[in-house]
Design a protein around this ligand. Structure first.
Ligand code: 3PG
Ligand code: MG
Length: 399
């Protein structure tokens, strides 16, 4: 098998009658008490079901938001119901993460039952990976399963420390993420094309540097493309642009050349003078942007360039939209390329992997997220993985 054989998975665990501490990522967007995107909840249901069906006692550990100490507004209590309704089984809740209240709730569990403990970050020791907190958590379980890839970039007690204290296993979501990402970048079928978009070069320097050494074609889109165009001496008008990073952009282009990675930049744009939905706009060459104009999306010739390269690509890794996709029609390039990638994936010729908060929103907007080979549940962790960094939560699970 692939990368995953380097990890113990649920296949290796003796689960019946065991207390299984399962770290999940339930850090879902909530608006007015409603979960607006339940992807992360859906993603961990298979692991919960499997452990429950095998007669394990499922004890869920999760964080929610970034509380500074206890904060009722960030309690996981309402999320227990959200998990239960999707699981189709009851999920008990304990208003404590460790200590007598949590221990009593665990002691009441029968094989197959599910319990959610309170927000791990209510205890300041969680983020410090404090050994006493790790020990207090470990008292609640016999085994540890980490199914929270989206939090694997954090070396916290519940994501990293516990893996050294109890027999540790990757859950099914974690396993799927590791396998998909390995197929996309560690041992991919070539050519590999990466799409990196989004606003700022400054937030993705490490990522671009890592990708030029690994992929065959790097398509740069979104606001960050303007920084590269400006560095090449083009006038970008009022477009989003980090002029001070011109030198850095040129260095990335040099590094790409040395690594035989082809960089694809926009050749045209949808140019407008106002940043709003349905703003008056024109298709303009990147050599012909007026001083009062902004490039709000890649233009049709740019889209054609990317789609043509997709014809030969065997693997695509996508992070970040091309334009201001939340403002139509400046979603056009993102939607067109996303659909082309989905079609090639459907036809069987392309392995497509995408991740990062905005990216998933953009693919959902294009209506194609379900047609990609794999869409990561992770935001920050996906980015750190694209940067080539080791994720502490993943590393701790290695055999
Ligand atoms: C996320 O949403 O990125 C993860 O749940 C991790 O949360 P954090 O960025 O607050 O550590
Ligand atoms: Mg984050």
């Amino acid at each position: 098998m692939s990368e995953a054989s380097a990890f113990r998975t649920l296949d290796d665990a003796e689960i019946a009658n065991k207390r299984v501490l399962v770290r999940v990522d339930l850090n879902v967007p909530v608006d007015n008490g409603r979960v607006t995107d339940d992807t992360r909840i859906q993603a961990v249901l298979p692991t919960i079901r499997e452990i429950s069906d095998k007669g394990g006692k499922v004890i869920l550990l999760a964080h929610f938001g970034r509380p500074k100490g206890e904060d009722p507004a960030l309690s996981l209590a309402p999320i227990a119901g959200e998990v239960a309704s999707r699981l189709g089984r009851p999920v008990a809740f304990a208003p404590a993460t460790t200590g007598p209240v949590a221990e009593a709730a665990v002691a009441r569990l029968q094989p197959g039952e599910v319990l959610l403990l309170e927000n791990t970050r209510f205890d300041k020791r969680e983020e410090k990976n404090d050994p006493d907190f790790v020990a207090a958590l470990a008292r609640l379980g016999d085994l540890y399963v980490n199914d929270a890839f989206a939090t694997a970039h954090r070396a916290h007690a519940s994501t990293e420390g516990l893996a050294h204290k109890l027999p540790a296993f990757a859950g099914r979501c974690m396993q799927e993420e590791i396998e998909a990402l390995a197929r996309a970048l560690e041992k991919p079928q070539r050519p590999v094309l990466a799409v990196v978009g989004g606003a700022k070069v400054s937030s993705k320097l490490d990522l671009l540097g890592n990708l030029v050494a690994k992929v065959d074609i790097l398509v740069i889109g979104g606001g960050m493309a303007n920084t590269f165009l400006a560095a090449q001496g083009k006038n970008v008008g009022k477009s989003l642009c980090e002029h001070e990073l011109a030198g850095t952009a040129l260095e990335i282009l040099d590094k790409a050349r040395a690594a035989s990675c082809e960089i694809v930049l926009p050749v045209d744009a949808l140019a407008a003078t106002e940043f709003k939905a349905n703003a008056a706009h024109r298709v303009a060459s990147v050599d012909d942007i007026r001083p009062d104009e902004m490039m709000l999306d890649a233009g049709p010739a740019s889209v054609e360039n990317v789609v043509a390269r997709l014809e030969d690509a065997k693997t695509i890794v996508w992070n970040g939209p091309f334009g201001a996709f939340e403002l139509p029609p400046f979603d056009t390039a993102t939607v067109a390329v996303a659909r082309a990638a989905a079609e090639r994936t459907d036809a069987g010729g392309l392995l497509s992997v995408a991740g990062g908060g905005d990216t998933v929103a953009a693919l959902n907007h294009a209506g194609v997220a379900g047609r990609f080979t794999y869409v990561s549940t992770a935001g920050g962790a996906f980015l750190e993985w694209l940067e080539g960094k080791a994720l502490p939560g993943v590393e701790a699970l290695r055999r």
